[in-house]
Design a protein around this ligand. Structure first.
Ligand SMILES: Nc1ncnc2c1ncn2[C@@H]1O[C@H](COP(=O)(O)OP(=O)(O)OP(=O)(O)O)[C@@H](O)[C@H]1O
Length: 599
């Protein structure tokens, strides 16, 4: 099918917009978009910035007045006036600086918090294939360190850069009023100062991004090794992990060294060029005082402005590196945001005629391969009637779990279609489709939350009593009751405080509570002891009534009584029938049954 081909093509090309196509303009537009939600504070910060810069500039005039009318003219009255004036200017400058600092830091925090939410929301909707391609540790690093860089850049560096730019322009104007000749000399020096910025800033930015990438590698290493700490320690792989980590730390350090090198060059180069220019200007100025074309006060004011202008350029040179770092961090976050979800509704969105009654499931001549993997299903057809309970059996790798994934549309088929009540899944909004299905996976998932909330995950609006009822049906109530704080016991990350069988019963309770018309059970009772399994099987049997159920089971004892068994091998349906029929007609199935002493 054409849509299938288009989707695969996109998936093969990868999820990302390539980094080179994210321009600085796009980054600025993106950040400006976030800032525009807080216009009043942005205006407030700009006004505070202008007032502070203006006050500092006015200080030069105070100095000129104090020198010419006070010092040189030996007039104490003027000197007092000038001192009071300068004091007032200082107070205004300090108040405006407070307002600027507060507002800009607030904006930095706010924007990075908003960006975290935007990126997280986006990621939540990306398909599992994206996370198979991108390591979660890397994603976490982009969240934490890149947004922190942005927070500093928007909150501090950007305001410093704007303040420095305003001060520079203002100082230049006042210098021009004081002495056009000296200002001309300053203007001659400006291009020289810009040369290192032009040459070195792109390098700083490149190495900043590389350095963040290396930090992300560290994040994913920590994430993986600490999550699997039991395996690491069981195989006494601590040394190996430490060595690997150390090599990654060094790689991050190397990238950082390059960034620091170019940043230092940038700062040092600009410093040197501005100081040399200042020296030259002071020399020309002193000669102008000699020939009487300017007063000592004017020269003092001019030098004050020149120092301010030089200081602004130095600030700019420092924060430009930081801003480049922010652009690098933004690029990495924009990359995450550019990842597209290929699983969109194709054509006119349809709905299901009845959301409550169990649907018929049809898999029609599908073709499917995982990205970069050989074809798994080639022309596979499976029909499941409404309300039927069907077991899928077959050797490992036959494609049983993949069928579940296709039913929930975690991947798209490349040809053919999967339908629910004759509605193709690719024409159903994803949430409508997935709200039809309750799944218990091979490795039951338990979140770091209370037992109550773990079960309620299946239906967030369920009452406590409904949660207890679901736990009773999955035979989980008894062990939950024995826990320290019963249903309020916190289960720890990934449910580490529970046994495999207990986790499975929590997952089954969640599925029971969710009360959805399709039930997918992937080895749902494999971790239970014989006694609990028997009880849970009984509970599942009741649950399956009035639902369309697909069960994957390696142990045939658990599926002997289902309506139909489908024997799969190598992505193909080998046979189908009841347990007794298959015992007679299917050698693969009989072989299984004999191994499990069921004959
Ligand atoms: N995300 C993936 N990317 C690439 N290949 C995959 C992916 N998931 C599964 N496969 C491959 O697809 C094939 C079918 O896997 P699947 O998990 O559907 O088998 P299964 O019948 O459920 O096996 P088991 O009974 O061991 O769970 C296997 O060869 C597997 O290696």
């Amino acid at each position: 099918m054409v849509w299938g081909n288009i989707l695969t093509l996109r998936a093969i090309q990868g999820f990302f917009v390539t980094q080179s196509s994210i321009t600085t303009t796009a980054v600025i537009r993106w950040l400006a978009g976030h800032l525009s939600a807080y216009k009043r504070r942005v205006w407030g910060a700009c006004i505070a910035l202008l007032v502070a810069a203006g006050a500092w500039l006015l200080l030069g005039q105070g100095i000129r007045y104090a020198v010419d009318s006070g010092l040189i003219a030996s007039n104490p009255e003027s000197l007092n006036q000038a001192t009071l004036g300068v004091l007032a200017i200082c107070v205004i400058a300090a108040l405006a600086t407070y307002a600027r600092f507060y507002l800009m830091t607030w904006l930095g925090e706010r924007v990075s918090a908003d960006i975290r939410q935007q990126v997280y929301h986006h990621l939540l909707h990306l398909p599992p294939a994206f996370f198979a391609q991108m390591r979660t540790g890397e994603v976490i690093s982009r969240f934490t360190s890149d947004t922190t860089v942005l927070q500093t850049v928007v909150g501090m560096s950007l305001s410093m850069a704007i303040r420095a730019a305003i001060t520079f322009i203002g100082a230049l104007i006042l210098m021009a009023i004081t002495s056009p000749l000296l200002t001309f000399c300053v203007l001659l020096a400006v291009p020289a100062v810009l040369v290192p910025i032009r040459l070195l800033a792109p390098k700083v930015r490149r190495y900043a991004k590389l350095s963040q990438d290396r930090i992300a590698d560290l994040g994913s290493h920590i994430d993986q090794s600490l999550h699997e700490i039991t395996t690491v320690q069981a195989y006494t792989a601590e040394q190996h992990e430490a060595r690997l980590f150390s090599s990654r730390v060094e790689a991050a350090m190397d990238a950082a060294k390059q960034r620091i090198h170019y940043r230092s060059l940038l700062i040092g180069g600009i410093m040197l060029l501005s100081l040399v220019s200042m020296l030259f200007i002071a020399w020309v100025g002193a000669r102008q005082v000699f020939d009487g074309s300017i007063t000592v006060g004017e020269l003092s004011a001019f030098l004050f402005y020149a120092v301010m202008a030089g200081g602004s350029v130095a600030t700019l040179s420092e924060v430009i590196g930081e801003v480049q770092r922010g652009v690098g961090a933004s690029e990495r976050l924009l990359e995450l945001l550019s990842a597209e979800n290929p699983l969109t509704v194709v054509g006119q969105p349809l709905s299901l005629s009845s959301r409550r009654s169990p649907p018929a499931i049809n898999i029609e001549a599908i073709q499917f391969a995982y990205p970069d993997a050989p074809v798994l299903f080639d022309d596979l057809t499976v029909h499941i009637s409404a309300g039927e309970t069907v077991a899928l059996v077959g050797p490992s790798g036959a494609g049983k779990s993949t069928l579940f994934q296709l039913l929930m549309r975690f991947h798209d088929v490349q040809a053919g279609q999967v339908t629910l009540n004759d509605v193709p899944v690719h024409q159903l909004p994803l949430d409508v489709l997935r709200k039809q299905i309750a799944i218990v996976t091979q490795e039951p998932v338990v979140f770091a939350d209370s037992v109550l909330e773990n079960i309620r995950y299946g239906r967030p609006d369920a009452s406590d009593e409904e949660v207890h009822q679901a736990a009773r049906s999955s035979f989980a109530h008894e062990f939950i009751d024995r826990l320290d704080q019963g249903y309020h016991t916190q289960l720890g990350e990934r449910g580490v405080k529970l046994s495999g069988g207990q986790r499975q019963r929590i997952a089954i309770a969640r599925a029971i509570l969710s009360d959805r018309p399709v039930l997918l059970l992937d080895e749902a009772t494999s971790a239970l002891d014989a006694m609990s399994e028997k009880m849970v099987q009984q509970a599942l049997k009741t649950l399956m009534q009035g639902r369309t159920t697909l069960v994957i089971a390696h142990r045939l004892a658990t599926v002997q009584n289902v309506d139909r068994i489908i024997v799969m091998d190598n992505g193909r349906v080998e046979n189908t029938g009841t347990h007794d029929e298959l015992l007679k007609s299917d050698t693969l199935y009989r072989g299984y049954a004999e191994l499990q002493l069921l004959t």
